[in-house]
Ligand binder design. Structure first.
Ligand code: AMP
Length: 198
């Protein structure tokens, strides 16, 4: 990949987390802004989402919020994003985020974050996109998840190439470098291609 113009970041909405995670979200937002990469995110003002967007905006970055109607309330929606796209359902909203992102980053988060991240990984595996998918491994947050994925690989449920397409680093700048260097193509892509050809 030659350049990243906008990336989609999935992250937690909880406020009941260690300040170290919020610092990591801010560092990610600053890194994106400094590199001139537009941030696409869930449009919320709480938890990691708020810290990420606040930091990107404060550093002069452009921020696109993509929010479902149900979250578009003064209590939940971020008031200062550059552009806010509102969708009637979570499904249409997620599809729009997936289309906008030239790459996907998961920051520490809960079920919503993990679901969005895994959807992008699974879509990559079956060849629906070939964009980089990465996690910011703050405080080793994703270590156990990566172990679970490695277990699934060892048991034969996940292909080596699908596992290796998940990029991981604790440093935002290094993570972006990994995404820029990423060479797409998964084993399943090739299987799909063979099916199409055969
Ligand atoms: P969670 O990790 O469970 O906190 O969920 C965070 C993810 O779900 C985000 O990436 C958002 O896409 C979505 N989400 C959850 N809560 C909100 C909210 N209050 N406003 C906007 N999006 C939300």
């Amino acid at each position: 990949m030659a350049a990243l113009h906008q990336v989609c970041v999935y992250c937690g909405s909880s406020d009941h987390i260690s300040p170290a995670y919020l610092d990591a979200a801010r560092a990610m937002g600053q890194t994106l802004a400094r590199r001139g990469i537009r941030l696409v995110f869930g449009g919320g003002k709480q938890g990691m989402m708020g810290a990420l967007a606040d930091a990107a905006l404060a550093a002069g970055g452009e921020v696109i919020g993509v929010i479902a109607e149900v979250f578009n309330t003064p209590e939940q929606a971020h008031p200062g994003v550059t552009t806010l796209h509102v969708f009637d359902s979570m499904h249409t909203r997620k599809a729009h985020m997936a289309a906008l992102g030239e790459g996907f980053i998961g920051l520490p988060g809960g079920l919503g974050t993990l679901e969005e991240l895994f959807e992008m990984l699974a879509w990559c595996q079956i060849g629906l996109h070939d964009k980089p998918v990465a996690v910011l491994n703050t405080l080793g947050y994703f270590d156990r998840l990566l172990q679970a994925i490695d277990h699934a690989r060892a048991e034969g449920f996940i292909y080596d190439q699908a596992r290796s397409s998940l990029l991981c680093d604790a440093d935002p700048d290094e993570l972006i470098e990994l995404m820029l260097a990423h060479q797409p193509r998964t084993g399943t892509d090739r299987r799909l291609k063979r099916q199409e050809e055969g």
